[in-house]
Structure formats: C-alpha cells, structure tokens
Design a binder for this molecule. Structure first.
Ligand code: S3P
Length: 450
C-alpha cells in the first residue's frame, strides 16, 4: 500500500441512488492522540472505536519502539500500557511513520524533551513535507534536529535534557505544530504558553485535560492562548473514539451529487473545530440534516442525513473557516463541480503542504474531468457545471494522497462517465473500509488490472 506495494488503480462508474447507513471508522486525529497520550501515562489506557488505518497503526508501532506496550483485543479495541511523561526509551531502529504527518510531528514533539535520540522516516509523500515547522519550536526546548535539505525526513532528533517551558506563537494554522509543542511541554519544567492566531482542531487540549494535565485555554478575542504546566502525572483513561467527520464527508458528499440518494451517517463528531464542511454544504443548499444531536465523551455528536441536492449553488467559503475544514477542500471541490456557479476558496495555502499539493492535484484531475478550475498560491475557484453536467471520463493521479483518491472516486459516481484513479492504495491510511462501505450504499467501484 501507500508508497510501498504496487499501485492499485481503481475506477468508479456512474451509479444509481446511494441509499442506506454508512458506519464510518473512528476519528484519525483522536486515534493518534489516544496511542500517544496512552504511552505517556503509567498504567493501562483502554481505547474502543480506534481507527485501524495504516497511519494510526504506524503510530502504535512507534509507541512500542519507545517502550509502551500496545495490544489489540478485537476490532477497534486496544490498550496501551504507557511509560509515563519522560519515560520514553531510545528506539532500537528507525521509526517509519509511513504516510502520516500527524504521526511523525506529534511523536517528534512527544520525544523532543527526553534525552534520547530517534530517527524518523516515511514514504515518498511524507519525506517531501516540511518538518521545520516542528523542529523550530523543538529547538526552543533545546532539542536538535538533523534532517535533509529544507527540513525534510529522514531526520534525527536529539532530545533535550532538563528542558524548561517556552512561549511559542504558532506561525501557521496547524494543529500538528500546536500539538507537538504541547506534547514536548509535558516533560519540560514549569509553564509553556502556546499562542494560536487562528483556532485549529483542539483534540490535544481536550484530551490532555481528560488525562489530568493542568491545561487552560483562553480566548483573548484576538488569539487563543493555551497554558500547560509541565511534568504532570498523566492518568490512564478509557477512550471511546468518535467517528471521523473527515471520513463522513465522503459518503455525505456522494449522496449530495448522485440522483435519488438518501444516506444516513450515524454518530459523527461535530466538534466546531472540525465541522466547517457541513456548515459550508448547508450554505450551498445541500439537503444535509443533523439528527439525534447529543453529547458523547464531551464532544457534540449527531447522525448526518444527506440526500441528493440538485439545487446547490457555489459560494465564497469564508477564509476564517478554513482550519475547521482543512482536510475537506478536496471533496468540497467535487461537490462544487456539481453545483451551479462559482465556489471560491481563499486563504488555503496550507493545502499545498498536505500529503500532496492538494490544490494542484485536484485542479489537474478536475480539469481532466472537464471542470474549469482557477488557482493561485493560496486560493482556488471551481466553476460548477450543475447536477448532471460533469463529464468525468478521465484518470486522476492520487499522488500517495488518500483524500485525493477518494475525492475522484466520488466524482465518478455522479459524472456522465466513469472516473479512475491511478492508485487507490493510499485510502487504507485513513479509511480502509471505503470501497466496501461505498459499494454497500450502491457505488460501482472496481479495481483495474495493472
Ligand atoms: C491534524 C491536523 C491537520 C490535518 C491533519 C490532522 C491533526 O494538519 O490536516 O489531517 O490531527 O492534528 P495541520 O496541522 O498540518 O493543519
């Protein structure tokens, strides 16, 4: 799979109505953090609903390499016996984080204030992504980083001894960077203050509080200021991972563009730092409702019901909403192609440093499918062709990026002709049951030979 095995080309043909219930897997962000925080307390953390995607499994393996015990009891049911804050041992070998930016950046943070040395690598996608955004704040704690040009993996981190807390303003909207600093701060003496100019997903803050850390978050009106006291005794937890809104996005958006569809996606976490796509779709005129709204494990949750929506209109997506839907722009661009009018997405330059340059990857594939896309460094616009207007009939490059592969397979479901991707293998990083789940709703997804 991603970056390792042979490419797995796949095609998606126009299909009849998508109907039924889509039980999507656990949240990827929370699953990574469950393994890492579990490893940072002494005792057993029990996790249910864990996403068993390759990214998370790679993080689990890394926690074992640092000395935690990670045990699977059944599907999605895991426990971690951790080593405590400051208890990481030196790994015997190189840590391979596969395709996962979240995995490698959070783990670098978690080990950077322990006096051990670790070397990290990943697949071709991850080894092309910038790590300076994490190693810069790690240097303030006293950690050293030795990587390839441009701060790329493979990279060796020499952890700091006797680190003290820092104050750091995160220079880009990134939950990974914020989280790396907070995890490093756990083993630093005294207080660390992390300042965010734009709010990003807050799972690390919520989970650190749940594990017993002394953490406070203040919204100053201008910034978000997070204060964490170092060297806490984290307490093992029982965690029920909510289902991933970023995975729910795919069956939801497929239902909106395929005639006659009516799909229920139950139990989706609607944390406001993650739910921007659903707000945007509703503003576009999507028939998307929240049913059975409730609170589970401190997070707002609802069952999402999505029906075919032939009257969607393009909108200007507010840049202030970008962080809350940063992983959803690829699939939004597909929905935008099936709406009337222009969808304008501004303030999204972070999309260029994800698993792929997502603006470039989507623009090229959409153009091959007959859709007009305009783009600049930090913006792009899609000219919608209406519910029956997207030609399709092309092959898009997935570029080792799960969300690019899934997005183009969804396009094929509503287009005039089938759409193919050159490699569906990366889908296993975040949504290993994608093909079966979409097939059960009525999609026509097929592997292509060679
Ligand atoms: C994530 C943060 C986001 C997101 C990624 C998961 C996280 O990355 O794109 O899929 O779990 O913290 P950035 O921090 O680079 O925005």
């Amino acid at each position: 799979m991603s970056g390792h095995g042979a490419a797995q080309p796949m095609t998606s043909a126009p299909c009849g109505p998508l109907t039924g219930t889509a039980d999507v897997p656990g949240d990827k962000s929370i699953s990574h953090r469950s393994f890492i925080l579990g490893a940072l307390c002494v005792g057993e953390t029990r996790i249910t609903g864990l996403l068993e995607g390759q990214d998370v499994l790679d993080t689990g393996r890394a926690m074992q390499a640092f000395g935690a015990q990670v045990i699977q009891h059944g599907a999605g049911d895991w426990s971690v016996h951790g080593v405590g804050v400051g208890g990481f041992g030196e790994p015997e070998n190189i840590i391979d984080c596969g395709n996962s930016g979240t995995g490698v950046r959070l783990i670098m943070g978690a080990m950077a204030t322990t006096p051990i040395t670790a070397t990290f690598t990943g697949d071709a996608s991850l080894n092309g992504r910038p790590m300076g955004r994490v190693t810069d704040p790690m240097a303030l704690f006293g950690a050293q980083a030795f990587g390839r040009a441009g701060g790329r993996l493979p990279m060796t981190i020499v952890g700091a001894r006797d680190a003290v807390g820092v104050e750091y303003t995160v220079p880009m909207p990134s939950a990974q960077v914020k989280s790396a600093v907070l995890l490093a701060a756990l083993n630093a003496r005294g207080e660390t203050r992390v300042i965010e100019r734009e709010a990003t997903r807050d799972h690390t803050e919520r989970m650190l509080a749940g594990f017993g850390a002394d953490i406070a978050v203040e919204d100053t009106g201008k910034d978000r200021v997070i204060t964490l006291q170092g060297q806490p005794d984290l307490q093992p937890q029982t965690i029920a991972v909510p289902r991933d809104p970023s995975s729910a996005a795919f069956p939801v958006c497929a239902a909106l563009i395929v005639e006659g569809s009516d799909v229920l996606v139950p139990g989706i976490g609607l944390n406001p730092t993650r739910a921007g796509l659903f707000t945007t779709l509703r503003e576009m005129g999507a028939d998307l409702t929240y049913e059975n709204e409730r609170v589970e494990g401190g997070e707002p949750v609802a069952d999402l019901r999505a029906r075919f929506s032939p009257d969607m209109k393009g909108i200007a997506v507010p840049p202030a909403r970008a962080a809350s839907m940063i992983d959803e722009y690829p699939i939004l661009s597909i929905v935008a192609a099936f709406a009337e009018g222009v969808t304008d997405m501004q303030g999204v330059k972070e999309l260029r440093v994800k698993e792929s340059d997502r603006i470039d990857a989507m623009a090229k594939g959409l153009r091959a499918a007959g859709v007009t896309v305009d783009e600049g460094e930090d913006w792009w616009k899609i000219t919608g062709m209406g519910p029956k207007g997207v030609p399709g009939g092309a092959t898009a490059e997935a570029r080792l990026d799960h969300r690019i592969a899934m997005s183009f397979l969804i396009l094929g479901m509503g287009a005039q002709q089938a759409m193919a991707v050159d490699d569906a293998g990366p889908i296993a990083t975040s949504f290993p049951i994608f093909q079966g789940l979409m097939g059960a709703l009525g999609a026509d997804l097929r592997p292509l030979d060679g």
